[in-house]
Design a protein around this ligand. Sequence first.
Ligand SMILES: CC(C)(COP(=O)(O)OP(=O)(O)OC[C@H]1O[C@@H](n2cnc3c(N)ncnc32)[C@H](O)[C@@H]1OP(=O)(O)O)[C@@H](O)C(=O)NCCC(=O)NCCS
Length: 246
Amino acid sequence: MPRGDAARAVAGARLAGLARGLPDGLTVRMMDLDDSKRLGDFRVRVVATLEDPDHYRMAGEVGDFVADHLGDKGVTAGIFRDGRLVAYGALGLPGPKDPNRGRDLDLPEEELSLVAHMSSAMVDPAERGRGLHHRLIDWRLEVAEALGCRHLVTTVSTRNHRSWGHLAGHGVYPKRMLRVGGDLVRLLVHRDFQSTPVFDTATAGLVAIEALAGRWDVFERGHVWGRVSLGEGNDRRWYALHGRAR
Ligand SMILES: CC(C)(COP(=O)(O)OP(=O)(O)OC[C@H]1O[C@@H](n2cnc3c(N)ncnc32)[C@H](O)[C@@H]1OP(=O)(O)O)[C@@H](O)C(=O)NCCC(=O)NCCS
């Protein structure tokens, strides 16, 4: 798989889809190492405002996130308003000597070079609910495929149902539960571009999001496939809908 400038050229050529139909006043471009401070500051600001600190822990990251994703080990798109960064989506492209989440999935050694990491996306609180995350997921899926990657993998907090629910909506499904960075419980989510699983609704079950981190058994009975909510207003509760592939 290409990396560095070659990967950035492939990714940059696919920005048009991301730019099309963006809400008024927003622009998009590839980010590079000159954006290091901008990206670092933005991430610190978003993490400081999380409604639940477990939703994103920098302690769960490996390597130097900013340098890796703006340099040779990844590609990152930034969305800007009046020159200010308001969202980013980063795709990690691990090399042969880099940590590779494909190992946590027990992928065969020869497929590790075909793994990309759906590393992270963050959106400024003032710009949420306008489809930026869904767009950044689509862009990264398109770029990963264009780079010749087969597997997309990342880890997400069980409680960050918005994040993993959005990924599941794009076919990136939780496959396992992992402990990372000490005692953080994370879903290992994965999409294999060579298979399109079909949900066997006869095996469907629901788990309340608050209980998910203790339900390692769910993965023995199939994969989590999406999130659903029941109830209205303050009584609204979120659930993981899980089941087997047919
Ligand atoms: C999680 C996070 C990235 C979501 O970002 P977002 O831009 O608000 O997400 P979106 O706007 O794409 O989607 C939110 C909702 O807006 C709706 N929406 C509104 N306009 C839309 C449009 N034009 N297109 C698509 N969806 C739209 C979607 O239906 C979606 O509903 P759903 O949750 O039922 O799918 C954001 O909350 C965030 O930055 N959180 C903190 C950091 C974090 O947790 N990051 C993820 C882990 S790395």
